[in-house]
Ligand binder design. Structure first.
Ligand code: ATP
Ligand code: MG
Length: 225
């Protein structure tokens, strides 16, 4: 019997507070470039109180995400981090996913701003030997010298692939740097606009905008929950 080709799944985590066209377009282009069968979008769990800003409760963030991707069969939401008690770390999420589907190929997507912080993540060195990573351009940054963006602690573990389009870790896993359509949209800006009564049309899908309006999210003087 012919063997079923290995499924390739992309993983894209974030607070998604709210999800917007910057996320959606970037992830869809990355899916296409890397020929992923589907993408899991994973909202972070509710963080403990007294962080630098109140994040909207997971129920709302998840609902907005679901509305944004409704009808896109290769984009799926996952509650794996929301369902797990306490704060989730990417390495734990990856291990949980990998143990559920052992023959799947996984690629972890993130914007370049997130990648620049990767040295602060739990077991970040292990992350590079656990999964392929796709770093997506995000304005104002484009990747010019990929090696210089790697955390210093892991630089010696990488070499350029012969086509120089990705870096290859000693484990064989790769870090890809992908240039996607530059959409300078952020959730912070969307929240600010709502708070000051400005329009957010065309920054996020209409279904998400309507959800924000009908649940009065991000309004001045209201807790973000
Ligand atoms: P906030 O302003 O609240 O930080 P955000 O817009 O940065 O929100 P996040 O939920 O923090 O969104 O980001 C989730 C992931 O999406 C991160 O990896 C981030 O780099 C990436 N991302 C967010 N916006 C864009 C964008 N406009 N283009 C490309 N990647 C993006
Ligand atoms: Mg962010």
């Amino acid at each position: 019997m012919p063997r079923k080709p290995t499924e390739h799944i992309g993983i894209f985590g974030g607070t998604f507070d709210p999800i917007h066209f910057g996320h959606l377009r970037a992830v869809d282009e990355a899916r296409e470039i890397l020929a992923c069968d589907r993408i899991l979008l994973i909202p972070t769990a509710d963080p403990p109180h007294k962080r630098e800003r109140r994040i909207t409760i997971a129920r709302h963030r998840l609902e907005m995400l679901r509305k944004a991707i409704r009808g896109c069969k290769d984009l799926e939401s996952s509650t794996i981090e929301i369902d797990r008690p306490g704060l989730s770390y990417t390495i734990d999420t990856l291990r949980a996913l990998q143990s559920r589907k052992t023959s799947t190929r996984w690629t972890l997507f993130m914007g370049i701003d997130a990648f620049r912080e990767i040295h602060t993540w739990k077991e970040f060195r292990t992350l590079f030997s656990t999964v392929d990573i796709a770093v997506l351009s995000r304005p104002p940054e484009r990747v010019v010298r990929p090696r210089s963006i790697l955390p210093v602690a892991v630089r010696q573990d990488f070499r350029y692939s012969p086509d120089r389009k990705s870096l290859v870790h000693a484990s064989g896993h790769r870090v890809h740097f992908l240039s996607v359509t530059a959409l300078d949209i952020s959730a912070t800006d969307i929240r600010d606009r709502v708070r000051s009564g400005r329009s957010i049309r065309f920054l996020t899908p209409t279904t998400v905008r309507r959800y924000i309006e009908s649940n009065r999210l991000y309004r001045k003087g209201r807790p973000a929950s």
